[in-house]
Design a protein around this ligand. Structure first.
Ligand code: NAP
Length: 246
């Protein structure tokens, strides 16, 4: 379904990004596995793709670095000649109550989660405009849709990603580029593994389907949005959250 497509997945060394990279590769795409610090784990993602018969390469880039992103994406274009799919998945949390949240923690989360997505879209869209085709998929969050106590920085960044998605979708639609967001609920990854049992229980109580999601369930939506089947969908925020936000 994605044969001959070139895909970039940011933050694909682990968690949801890793599963998206594996899934796009399984569908036939050659995948650039981006990471920030986890070189070995990014290489493990690449190895898993290659062992399954797919094509992948790991490339380091801190998505919050504007010039670094330009260099990263220019390098991909030079080597692969095109970019068909960009998945902005890289994200961090620095949770705290507003009163205790430092300026540094606010800025760090905004710089990675929101500015990081802008940086990648900005540099990739020039190529996609030239191609007159492309798929951009941004990973937002239920926290960006509903807000979450203790996550003012994260919720703001993920709500920002939704605005960025809609503005980019409007700007790029006339050139055949779609831009959509996925808003996952609680998903079993290292990001949620740090939550205490009581927080996990309270979260599960708010989920109509009464369980956390799996990374594969987010990856399946990303693969759908990247495919031809989603050609008429743009500017949308698709919740994959067990019914949390409805
Ligand atoms: P995770 O397991 O903590 O993995 C985060 C990934 O992002 C890692 O690959 C990490 O790379 C990468 N990353 C972090 N900062 C980066 C930077 N500056 N530049 C490049 N890569 C960077 O997180 P996850 O749970 O899979 O979450 C993935 C995405 O889904 C995030 O955007 C998150 O906000 C969103 N999300 C998650 C949940 C959930 O419940 N898990 C719910 C809603 C939304 P390194 O390993 O190299 O640092």
């Amino acid at each position: 379904m994605l044969e001959n497509k070139i895909a970039i997945v940011t933050g694909a060394s682990r968690g949801i990004g890793r599963q998206i990279a594996l899934t796009l590769a399984k569908e036939g795409a050659a995948v650039i596995v981006n990471y920030n610090g986890s070189m070995q784990r990014a290489q493990e993602t690449v190895n898993a793709i290659q062992e399954a018969g797919g094509q992948a390469e790991a490339i380091q880039c801190d998505v919050s670095d504007f010039n670094g992103c330009k260099e990263f994406i220019d390098g991909v274009i030079k080597k692969y000649k095109k970019i068909d799919i960009l998945v902005n998945n890289a994200g961090i949390t620095r949770d705290n109550l507003l009163m205790k949240m430092s300026e540094e923690d606010f800025d760090a989360v905004l710089n990675t989660n929101l500015k990081g997505a802008f940086n990648c879209i900005k540099h990739v869209s020039r190529q996609m405009l030239r191609q007159k085709s492309g798929r951009i998929i941004n990973i937002s969050s239920v926290s960006g849709v509903m807000g979450n106590a203790g996550q003012a920085n994260y919720s703001a960044s993920k709500a920002g990603v939704i605005g960025l998605t809609k503005a980019a979708a409007r700007e790029l639609a006339s050139r055949g580029i779609t831009v959509n967001a996925i808003a996952p609920g609680f998903v079993n990854t290292e990001m949620t593994a740090v939550l205490s049992d009581s927080v996990k229980e309270a979260a599960t109580a708010q989920i109509p389907l009464k369980r956390f999601g799996e990374a594969q369930e987010i990856a399946d939506m990303a693969a759908f949005l990247a495919s031809e089947k989603a050609a008429y969908i743009t500017g949308q925020v698709i919740s994959v959250d067990g019914g949390m936000a409805m």
